[in-house]
Design a protein. Structure first.
Ligand SMILES: Cc1cc2nc3c(=O)[nH]c(=O)nc-3n(C[C@H](O)[C@H](O)[C@H](O)COP(=O)(O)OP(=O)(O)OC[C@H]3O[C@@H](n4cnc5c(N)ncnc54)[C@H](O)[C@@H]3O)c2cc1C
Length: 404
């Protein structure tokens, strides 16, 4: 007969997993903590119960949009123009909280609010910001960001093939953009194209539904972020008014400014994604019985749990400090790149350990961990791969560029 420790025999209630071990959210002011709580409640009540079904069907849950609008968090970290504003820490913690429940919804928000609104916020004229940001902040218009092309990903800085040719008061855009999140159904695209006159990269706001020559094909058969609808955009002699060219952008350096901000965001999402996987795995381990006791009581399982928590907590500390640098205007490309690379690498480890802890059930959507496991692969690669981030860090660390 097996003997059991007293606490297991008595079935003492076990604590809920604590994913904010060093109390990062406690450092927010009270009003921002309240916003974060609303985000959590929204994700818990509206997203968590339905998301696996949409994931399995490769579909976006449009039904959640009215409640998401009410949260009023689009344009977090951006001031004015009806944006949510708030601190850099809130900006990051919202992304983390979204990803803690679902990386696809976090990505949808990251693309619309971070990449698309962020491009206009950083590169638009005053008039353009006043025209585009308020309806986007109210989610009346949803945006996407088109930089990557079918044949050009990591090498976008020097290799974009989509062209822009000035024609009087307009520009003619030609080319293709691949992997563009939200593109199959959204309203506006920020398209990055090379000006044939000076060979520099410029950004254009394209109205998807009313621009002749603009078409989108939904990308099928993904195994990650299946809820996000990604598109292959084709621009066939699209005529875009000069008024829709982002007036403050004149080279790829301006796209890099947007990517710096959104890599900051992805680092927070990668932290949130591993928090979600960790929570599900610890709860599972507390309930799953083997050899007559919960698997969470085994030493080797606790070692894995401690390692996962160390990953989550080290990422939280890193992105928390990065938010301070961002708030002080000191965050560099290398700061954002180091965090994106480190947090996504730790995320990959954490979600794999979480999946391992769930045994066979770890590969079933029904236990949630599998979704975090699969989705993490996209976060690891998008907005610049691990290698690209490390090349940015390597240049800052050594003073020598290893880019070709
Ligand atoms: C789900 C998803 C959503 C996305 N959403 C968007 C979006 O909304 N908008 C958008 O514009 N893009 C988007 N992307 C594109 C994404 O940013 C690119 O996939 C990413 O930048 C990598 O480019 P690539 O896929 O062409 O890979 P490649 O550049 O072909 O790289 C393939 C491999 O080669 C490595 N490699 C390349 N060059 C070097 C080098 N010099 N040294 C060492 N290794 C190297 C890379 O690190 C990688 O491992 C999305 C991608 C995915 C998967």
């Amino acid at each position: 007969m097996t003997t059991q420790p007293a606490d297991i025999k008595q079935r003492k209630p076990l604590p809920a997993p604590n994913v904010d071990f060093y109390e990062l959210a406690e450092t927010l002011p009270a009003d921002e903590r309240a916003t974060l709580k609303q985000v959590r409640e929204f994700m818990q009540s509206k997203v968590a119960p339905i998301i696996n079904k949409y994931w399995a069907e490769d579909a976006f849950p449009f039904g959640i949009l009215p409640a998401l609008k009410e949260l009023n968090v689009m344009g977090a970290g951006m001031q004015g123009y009806e944006c949510r504003g708030g601190s850099a820490l809130l900006f990051g913690l919202i992304a983390m909280e979204l990803a803690r429940f679902d990386a696809s919804i976090a990505t949808f928000v990251g693309v619309h609010s971070g990449l698309a609104m962020g491009s206009i916020y950083l590169g638009g004229s005053e008039e353009q910001k006043r025209q585009w940001l308020p309806p986007m902040a109210r989610m009346e218009k949803i945006g996407c960001f088109g930089l990557t092309e079918p044949l050009v990903g990591s090498g976008a800085s020097g290799g974009l093939t989509t062209t822009a040719k000035r024609a009087g008061d307009s520009w003619i855009l030609n080319g293709q953009k691949k992997w563009i999140g939200n593109a199959p159904w959204c309203d506006v695209s920020v398209i990055w194209a090379r000006d044939l006159a000076d060979n520099q990269v410029k950004a254009f706001i394209v109205e998807n539904k009313s621009t002749p020559g603009f078409s989108v094909e939904k990308i099928q058969n993904k195994i990650a972020l299946k809820v996000v609808q990604n598109g292959l955009i084709t621009l066939d002699n699209c005529r875009i008014p000069e008024a829709n060219r982002l007036q403050q952008d004149s080279s790829f350096r301006d796209a890099a400014r947007v990517l710096r901000m959104t890599r900051f965001l992805v680092a927070w999402e990668a932290t949130g994604c591993q928090m979600g996987a960790y929570e599900h795995a610890v709860k599972y381990a507390q309930e799953r019985m083997q050899f007559g006791r919960p698997i969470a009581s085994f030493q080797l399982v606790q070692d894995l749990i401690a390692r996962m928590l160390a990953n989550v907590t080290s990422c939280q500390c890193m992105v928390g400090r990065m938010a301070q640098l961002q708030a002080e205007g000191k965050m560099t490309d290398a700061h954002a790149a180091l965090s994106k690379a480190f947090t996504t690498a730790r995320m990959r480890e954490t979600v794999a350990w979480a999946r391992e802890l769930c045994g066979g059930n770890g590969i079933s959507l029904d236990y949630d961990v599998a979704r975090f496991f699969a989705d993490s692969e996209a976060l690891y690669s998008y907005e610049g791969t691990y290698q690209m981030q490390n090349l940015i860090v390597g240049k800052a660390a050594t003073g020598l560029s290893a880019f070709l």
